[in-house]
Design a protein around this ligand. Sequence first.
Ligand code: BES
Ligand code: MN
Ligand code: ZN
Length: 502
Amino acid sequence: MEITIKTKALEEVEDEALCFFLPEGKIPEGKRVKKLDSILSKASSFLFSSNDFVGKLNQTAVLYPEGKLRSKRILFVGLGKKEKIDLDKLRQASGTLCKKAKELKVKSYSAFLPEIRIKGSSISDFAQAIVEGTSLSNYQLAQYKTTEKEKIFSIKTLNLVDEKKANLKAIKKGAETGEVSADATNLARDMINHPANYMTPTRLANTAIDLSRKYRFKCEVLSLPEIKKLKMGAFLSVAQGSDQPPKFIIMEHKPEAKRVGTVVLVGKGITFDSGGISLKPSENMGEMKADMSGASAVIAVMAACAKLNLFVHLVGLVPATENLPSGTALKPGDIVKSYSGKTIEIISTDAEGRLILADALSYAHKFEPSAIIDIATLTGACVIALGHVGCGMLGNDNRLKEKIRVASQKSGEKVWELPLWEEYDEQIKSDLADMKNTGGRPAGTITAAALLQKFAGDYPWVHLDIAGMDLEEKRKPYIPKGAIGFGVRLLLQFLRNYSNFR
Ligand code: BES
Ligand code: MN
Ligand code: ZN
């Protein structure tokens, strides 16, 4: 999708559609709408007074200017109640606008930035949110459709318009940031939406390598012999049941000047989770192709961070493997020795994520990081706790958690903290080994994090459980059905803040 930014008055805009974001209310306020109404000989007044459109969030209406404007159509989209409008509402309305334009087969449209202001948000934030909402809504993975007509129509050009020339620079900056973050999210979505027979650990690693060449960051991929040499016994124990070789992906963005600490991102890269010998029920098992959503977020964020050349030393670690049952697979009751030397008794082979993350977290120590953040579709219990609205957050460092919360508010990707009280450690004590890999049904998300904590060491660390946030069942304003790409905007916002201050 191409994005342009223009200073124009509404009568000067010539496009397939001219769009306006409007807050809820019977008669929309603002100079611009008044002017529009007089040009249209009150056609918009009639629409508003009919109550067919009142500006409810994600409500839309179309008007035809009958030659009174240079643009072919007028599109209104609602932002909802004035006092409740925030950046995510604008992102949603932008997504809805894009969807509506697609239905009308509009290839190019122009949208005025809203006239209203949101406390704490700049013009640049507005432009970013609009570009994100539009580009995220425009997304589809079309390559598996073999007939043209089944491919969904997509928008080619979004033109952002404002009357004031003085706003141009800020709009441009926001639009650029929005484009990078939406593109990265869509990249992550592609990786997730690809079926597991395509997106194998090897392909995931090759995707990272391709991106590292395109966006210029370092990328090294360790294969089976090297992983064995490192004695990553927990990671290897998951991989041993699959014919697809595991890969350990190490990515690095190291700016030359003005570096502000080292952040290590760790992403769970299970390209398919059958549960292994502790086999999952077959219903909806296909959804477990998305068990590498954490990995996809980390890889995509590496690309975006390198593209923006953020002043942070960023390391991305992805242990990638399938979790399958076979004659060589890991069995319940087995004891494995992790990279750190700690031993783990396997209770369920379906609790595989924490095994591969344990080794990756230990490996992170060699960078002496100022922060470690892991992101993983780790527990079904997290879906029970938080549903499909936000992700779980647990960790050992309040300052780091606060930084994530700040990034969450701005990016619109919700996080909610769960406690990591030491009492939970009891649940993962093993008779034979240093710990066991499950803690029973109570507090399943927390006991998983309690295991990870043992491998994070004393480094400031946060764990994001995104299990409920991998796939969208029905379309949302800016999330098409399928992969969400959760975490990319959140982590990118965190890293932008981290690079600017500290
Ligand atoms: N990948 C799953 C968790 C998951 C569940 C992700 C639903 C997305 C949607 C994970 O590997 C898993 O199987 N966890 C088990 C752990 C249990 C055996 C302790 C679970 O949550 O059932
Ligand atoms: Mn599992
Ligand atoms: Zn899993």
